[in-house]
Design a protein around this ligand. Structure first.
Ligand SMILES: NC(=O)c1ccc[n+]([C@@H]2O[C@H](COP(=O)([O-])OP(=O)(O)OC[C@H]3O[C@@H](n4cnc5c(N)ncnc54)[C@H](OP(=O)(O)O)[C@@H]3O)[C@@H](O)[C@H]2O)c1
Length: 315
């Protein structure tokens, strides 16, 4: 039996306004649990994750939790732990084969659904109008949710136009609060925008100190599409966690390389979704809001760009 959509019966504007009000309450009244607990090396016991406003008015946390490779009971536990520490944005995808675990972690956390921002992605094998509709329902069922906050085309492959039309329809039906893309080059995004009504809200792309994508960033800024960085820690590749330049900057603020990288993206308005299986690292990655990189730090990090992907096997 088809699940009842909790947003049935209210129109899109009301739905978006409700979301915006909840986010605003969270920011100013400490509503729900955007508070972060257990920061490991901070004098500040509590802080909050800010939201960015997407081009359709929906608010999205600027820092979230990635779940690639976090499957089974480990995935469930990590998601529950992350939410208990204050993460509200959870990033999954059909291809991660962990939507059930993510859903179970969400349930186990006990946090109200409306306080969370859940992203999933349609995989290339499910491209096209009908397939995407089915894939979306499967994702919802696996997650045990009635709507998604963000649904992305995972890669620009297959029948992208058909996929987008299905997503537009699901969006219009209030089953998704925002739709977007991932791994789209500027020319692919330009084409999608030229042929369709609904503008993508987000492009989730590889971005970290060693692959900074300045042209893509500029293009997204100009077109009011939020940039979201996947693998913001480069999965530790190219010696990220021992990089001397990041370490020297971090020493000034008593922060480690992961925190410097995440802070650098935060200061540039880029959403990041670091993944970790360790509670200690979850806390470290949240603990980036009590220091500020100065202009020369930012400039120094910009010079670490190698201008090439660290994941050639995914090309
Ligand atoms: N759209 C796409 O095509 C796409 C592609 C890739 C990823 N993503 C999304 O982006 C998310 C993040 O990317 P990712 O998972 O590839 O890699 P990542 O977040 O860049 O790095 C994860 C690695 O960093 C380690 N780590 C995390 N925090 C740390 C800390 N504070 N200190 C030391 N090590 C730390 C983790 O190990 P421990 O577990 O030991 O902490 C793990 O090995 C994914 O989980 C997924 O949701 C999307």
């Amino acid at each position: 039996m088809k699940k009842k959509n909790p947003v049935d019966g209210i129109n899109r504007r009301e739905f978006l306004q409700t979301g915006a009000m909840l986010s605003a309450s969270a920011m100013f009244l400490g509503f729900g649990a955007t508070k972060l607990f257990g920061a490991s090396n901070s004098n500040h016991a509590e802080t909050s994750i800010e939201n960015v406003t997407l081009n359709n008015g929906v608010q999205m946390p600027i820092l979230g939790f990635g779940t690639l490779y976090l499957t089974g009971s480990e995935g469930e536990k990590c998601v529950a732990d992350a939410i208990s520490l204050g993460y509200r944005l959870i990033d999954t995808a059909t291809i991660y084969d962990n939507e059930e675990s993510v859903g179970a972690g969400i349930k186990r956390s006990g946090v109200n659904r409306e306080e969370l921002f859940v992203t999933s992605k349609v995989w290339v094998d499910d491209s096209g109008f009908e397939n995407t509709k089915k894939a979306f329902e499967t994702s919802l069922n696996k997650l045990g949710l009635d709507y998604l906050d963000l649904y992305l085309i995972h890669r620009p492959r297959g029948d992208v136009q058909g996929t987008w039309e299905a997503m537009e329809e699901l969006y219009t039906e209030n089953k998704i609060r925002a739709i977007g893309v991932s791994n789209f080059e500027p020319n692919q995004l330009r084409e999608l925008m030229a042929n369709n009504q609904v503008r993508p809200t987000v492009n989730q792309i590889e971005a970290h100190a060693f692959f900074q994508q300045p042209e893509a960033r500029e293009f997204l800024k100009q077109n009011d599409v939020q940039m979201e960085a996947w693998s913001p820690l480069a999965q530790g590749r190219n010696g990220h966690f021992t990089n001397q330049t990041l370490a020297e900057i971090g020493q000034k603020y008593n922060k480690n390389n992961a925190q410097v990288s995440l802070r650098w993206n935060y200061q540039r308005g880029i959403v990041t979704i670091p993944r970790t299986s360790q509670k200690e690292h979850m806390m470290e990655n949240l603990n980036i809001f009590d220091f500020e990189l100065d202009a020369s730090d930012m400039e120094t990090i910009s010079k670490l760009d190698l201008n090439t992907t660290q994941f050639p096997e995914w090309e």
